[in-house]
Design a binder for this molecule. Structure first.
Ligand code: PLP
Length: 423
């Protein structure tokens, strides 16, 4: 049996209807922005393998650091014990975040980082004997696939079978200068019972790269704070340079109480999640009463290999040449966006930093199940480019090491594919 047949016999893939899905492509090697399959085809990874590999594949520096760590200390229980990579990573990360972020809690992925943030907020209030249990979130939000994370995500086909089991959340539209006052009045009506507001800052990724303005979000954050609602900023996608600045937080005038990270954190090399909090949140758990402890942890909490990968990835990120690359992508994306805006086949062209997205115009409206997504995916694959449209939404989130010529190659292919699929 070849790799594809063996895979089909034993593996159940994520977000995949296994009955109708084509064979998975066996990847044997990665280098920079390219992936290579078992028969020698080369693919340009224009989506950073689900938005994680910010420095491209198999980066030698990260590999070297993880290899050394693997030979030194691969894992240690993080209750009662600690280690240099976790200490150093927390120190380095906190220096880059809004200055009210002072404590780091480790977990394994974006969903668990979100779970931890929700538990911190709910227990923050219950430790003070306050009845605040409801959560505020954006419509169309995506915060992960575990039950808590699903609950605070927009209700969709993805969450439908679990609908009744998800906890109650108050969903509001993302802010615009027009709707801000009405959003405030909805929040005000419920503020006494709302524990926290969780949001993807500036870009709702999985919803289809929907964007809103920093000024409007800042104003909404400010209002929530006045209403005694804690703020959870989910930077799982937007963190580590994706939006053109190190964090979406750098665009905002208000500071969150809690932040969530994963995806680009380790440069996409190892699974890890981080939830940071202010001292105010942390202090609410300090007590002689054992019941006020944050009872949460995972077997692999603060795994030294993942911490080391994150340290190496952050070092690379802060290099002048990387920051320059991010600026370059931003500039090129923005020029291409201006060109796309004149194209009659697309609409809602939007861009921030290294994220570029637009809707392919379709006759039957937009939907995740829109068949056009599958056709586009296959067409780009044939051209050696990995794009994974969300329905009719096409987007680019390339690794930062992509060159100007490689970006032009993608743009050129987009233009060609658009004219080919003309309706
Ligand atoms: C991907 C994502 C998550 C979930 O992270 P996983 O590591 O896939 O569990 C949470 N929040 C946002 C904003 C994301 O984009």
């Amino acid at each position: 049996m070849n790799l594809q047949q063996r895979d089909r016999a034993v593996n159940w893939h994520p977000y995949t209807q296994m009955k109708t899905a084509g064979d998975a492509i066996p990847i044997v090697r990665g280098k920079g922005i390219y992936l290579f399959d078992d028969v020698g085809n080369k693919y340009l990874d224009a989506v950073s393998s689900w938005w994680v590999t910010i420095h491209g594949h198999a980066h030698p520096y990260i590999a070297q650091r993880v290899f050394e760590q693997l030979n030194t200390l691969e894992q240690v229980i993080f209750a009662g014990f600690t280690h240099e990579p976790a200490i150093q990573l927390s120190e380095n990360l906190l220096k880059l975040l809004p200055e009210n972020q002072e404590k780091v809690f480790y977990s394994d992925n974006g969903s668990t980082a979100v779970e931890v943030s929700l538990k911190m907020c709910i227990q923050y209030w219950s430790n003070q004997e306050k009845e605040k249990k409801k959560i505020l979130a954006f419509k169309n939000a995506y915060h992960g696939d575990t039950f808590g994370a699903m609950s605070v995500s927009g209700r969709s086909v993805w969450t439908k079978p679990f609908g009744e089991m998800l906890f109650e959340v108050i969903f509001i539209d993302t802010p615009t200068s027009e709707n801000l006052e009405s959003l405030k009045s909805i929040i005000k009506d419920h503020s006494a019972e709302i524990a926290c507001f969780i949001y993807e800052p500036l870009v709702q990724g999985a919803a289809g790269m929907l964007m809103h303005e920093p000024e409007d979000l800042s104003e909404l954050m400010k209002f929530c704070r006045e209403q005694n609602i804690l703020l959870i900023q989910d930077e799982v996608f937007t963190g580590f340079g994706r939006t053109g600045k190190l964090f979406a937080a750098n665009y905002l005038t208000e500071k969150p109480d809690i932040m969530c990270f994963s995806k680009g954190l380790t440069g996409g090399t190892m699974p890890m999640g981080i939830t940071t909090s202010s001292n105010e949140i942390f202090s609410a758990f300090l007590s002689d009463d054992k019941y006020k402890t944050l009872f949460h942890g995972h077997s692999f909490t603060a795994n030294p290999l993942a911490c080391t990968a994150a340290l190496a990835s952050m070092e690379l990120l802060l290099k002048e040449e990387t920051l320059h690359q991010i600026d370059l992508i931003n500039e090129k994306h923005s020029q291409f966006a201006d060109m796309l805006k004149k194209d009659a086949l697309v609409e809602n062209v939007r861009q921030i930093g290294t994220i570029l997205a637009f809707d392919f115009k379709t006759e039957n409206g937009t939907s995740y199940f829109n068949n056009i997504g599958k056709l586009l995916y296959e067409e780009f694959l044939k051209r050696g480019i990995i794009m994974r449209p969300l329905g009719n939404v096409m987007y680019l989130v390339p690794p930062y090491c992509i060159t100007s010529e490689e970006l032009d190659f993608i743009y050129q292919n987009i233009v060609e594919v658009l004219s080919k699929f003309k309706i």
